[in-house]
Ligand binder design. Structure first.
Ligand code: RTP
Length: 151
């Protein structure tokens, strides 16, 4: 656990289409995490196949790649204490019907195949995903007087 831990969070095409980007960003800001990279990108199928390489043998893999390449995603890197685990908790369970109210999926979604957002599931996969989606120069390692300071 470290204050410099990073995670990769993405608003998926359905979340962008439904205008939920601002609400999702606000939740992470209000929780106290620091946004250090952000871009909107319509990802290629090849890019997504690498991102989801661990799921390539799943029956839903082709529809997952179709869904994720159907429109722009908002890709982000968030930093802060235990952000990988906390980010997953804030997203909620993969199946929105099993997500607790108060989580992003629990508040805004009802289908696994349209579950609004992605969050890295471990520090190792976060580092791999961040390197896959962002160049080093797109990541801003700045000091914020309001985050991780005395207050
Ligand atoms: P994510 O990677 O998107 O944050 O989701 P996750 O870890 O909670 O879930 P994972 O098992 O890695 O699945 C990745 C995404 O694939 C879609 N999915 N569809 N049975 C299905 O139809 C099914 N299962 C998973 C979801 O969009 C899920 O988020």
């Amino acid at each position: 656990m470290s204050t410099t831990e990073r995670t990769f969070i993405a608003v998926k095409p359905d979340g962008v289409h439904r205008g939920l980007v601002g609400k999702i960003i606000a939740r992470f800001e209000e929780r106290g995490f620091k946004l250090i990279a952000l871009k909107q990108i319509t990802a290629s199928k090849e890019h997504l196949e690498v991102h989801y390489q661990d799921l390539k043998d799943k029956p839903f893999f082709p529809s997952l790649i179709e869904y994720m390449s159907s429109g722009p995603v908002v890709a982000m890197v968030w930093q802060g204490l235990d952000v990988v685990k906390q980010g997953r908790a804030m997203l909620g369970a993969t199946n929105p019907l099993a997500s607790a109210p108060g989580t992003i999926r629990g508040d805004y979604a009802i289908q696994t195949g349209r579950n609004i957002c992605h969050g890295s599931d471990a520090v190792d996969s976060a580092n791999r995903e961040i390197a896959h989606w962002f160049k080093n120069e797109e990541i801003n390692d700045y000091d914020s007087p309001f985050i991780n300071s005395w207050v």
